[in-house]
Ligand binder design. Structure first.
Ligand SMILES: NC(=O)c1ccc[n+]([C@@H]2O[C@H](COP(=O)([O-])OP(=O)(O)OC[C@H]3O[C@@H](n4cnc5c(N)ncnc54)[C@H](O)[C@@H]3O)[C@@H](O)[C@H]2O)c1
Length: 358
């Protein structure tokens, strides 16, 4: 338990999501200080920081040790690319920093298990950035499912269709962790979390229908996964990167007593009924520009959840409680993503072996 409510942070990796976290922390948590930002492309970050008028006292560095050796830093936010997370995690644990790490916490399950054990041994908090867990709709759904509102769960479904392909700078071998880890991991996590059930087997199909670069890195831009859960229910997840109508992210939980739908949030409550069957329920009016469509992307949809995940992280440090999304949740998710990739590559169902998690 921390003696006072003040926390001092180091940020490691300050690109797309790192900048969102920096903004959210500075605007919402007045007892939290960002002391240092470390990024290999620090000049870009410095230019951004100036434009955003970030506090002058923040130190900018390319050297991870400037964060690790600073005893005033209590905790770190790791937001580099997935494939770099595990080594930074190990160093942060050795330095005794509590950790918020963006998903996924790595790509090698054996190494990740060592990270989890080391964090536990050293008494370091580790929260993984599956932000959907902090969205009020999912919190409510989980609560209702627990109370039996849908009865016995029979079918679950999650959809994540991005408005466009991921940027070309991500799609590099050795850097990109794959569609399942980079995107679908959120669907696997939220289905596990709200149904309180593990995915035990899956069968997936992957295709390259949109962005040929995915073929060059042996990956898929379009995926469909059938799931078998250990509570006896079945489910599926689909993912695309060409939702022309804007970010499309929905979940259904269907059971013996009813169904919970978590639909997309709309920019307004207007519906267009134009006599064209099947087109009445648009996310966006078709006349909207693609820029407006992007304003509806994940940062907008999950605006509050991205703040709440930090509220919970800070609370877990100050009150010395277990984070809501733990390293073990992160590891289980990686095992599911690995199974999904293997299944798509081999065209065979794959059972998930969780024995490493014990
Ligand atoms: N929760 C979400 O919805 C969500 C959304 C986007 C990204 N992410 C996750 O956030 C992480 C980062 O994604 P992004 O889109 O911000 O990537 P990005 O490429 O925009 O940013 C990564 C940043 O890390 C820096 N960097 C790279 N290697 C570094 C190192 N060794 N030390 C310090 N800095 C380093 C890069 O210069 C860059 O500024 C990934 O794990 C990704 O999966 C999560």
């Amino acid at each position: 338990m921390k003696k006072d409510n003040r926390l001092t942070l180091g940020i490691i990796g300050c690109g797309t999501i790192g900048r969102l976290h920096v903004r959210n922390i500075l605007q919402n948590f007045f007892d939290v200080e960002i002391r240092c930002i470390c990024d290999i492309d620090i000049e870009k970050v410095r230019t951004w920081a100036k434009k955003e008028s970030l506090p002058d006292q923040i130190r900018f560095t390319t050297d991870l040790e400037d964060v690790m050796e600073d005893e005033k830093i209590d905790a770190v936010v790791i937001a580099t690319q997935i494939t770099q997370h595990t080594d930074i995690l190990i160093r942060s644990i050795e330095a005794g920093k509590d950790i918020f790490c963006e998903k996924q916490i790595g790509v090698d399950p054996v190494k990740i298990k060592k990270v989890i054990d080391l964090a536990e041994k050293n008494g370091v908090k580790l929260q993984v950035g599956f932000h959907r867990r902090f969205d009020t709709n999912y919190i409510k759904a989980r609560d209702m499912i627990k109370k039996g509102s849908v009865g016995e769960i029979q079918i679950v479904r999650a959809i994540t269709r991005l408005p466009e392909s991921l940027p070309a700078r991500y799609l590099k071998k050795g850097l990109f962790a794959g569609h399942f880890n980079e995107v679908t991991s959120h669907d696997f996590d939220i289905l596990r979390y709200i149904t309180d059930s593990e995915i035990e087997e899956l069968f997936s199909i992957g295709k390259v229908l949109i962005e040929p670069r995915f073929a060059d890195i042996d990956d898929y831009d379009t995926i469909m996964v059938s799931l078998r859960f250990d509570n006896g229910s079945i489910g599926n997840v689909d993912g695309s990167m060409q939702a022309t109508y804007g970010f499309d992210q929905r979940v259904e939980v269907f059971g013996s007593k009813g169904c919970i739908f978590i639909n997309n949030q709309r920019p307004n409550q207007m519906f267009l009924y134009d006599g064209t069957a099947g087109k009445i329920d648009r996310l966006l009016h078709e006349g909207w520009s693609s820029k407006q469509a992007h304003e509806l992307f994940y940062m907008t949809r999950y605006k509050d959840a991205f703040i709440m995940e930090f509220r919970e992280f800070f609370r877990s440090i100050i009150d010395n409680t277990e984070p809501i999304c733990t390293g073990l949740d992160g590891l289980k998710n990686i095992l599911v993503c690995d199974a999904a990739k293997k299944s798509a590559d081999t065209n065979k169902p794959v059972k998930i072996d969780y024995s490493i998690c014990k």
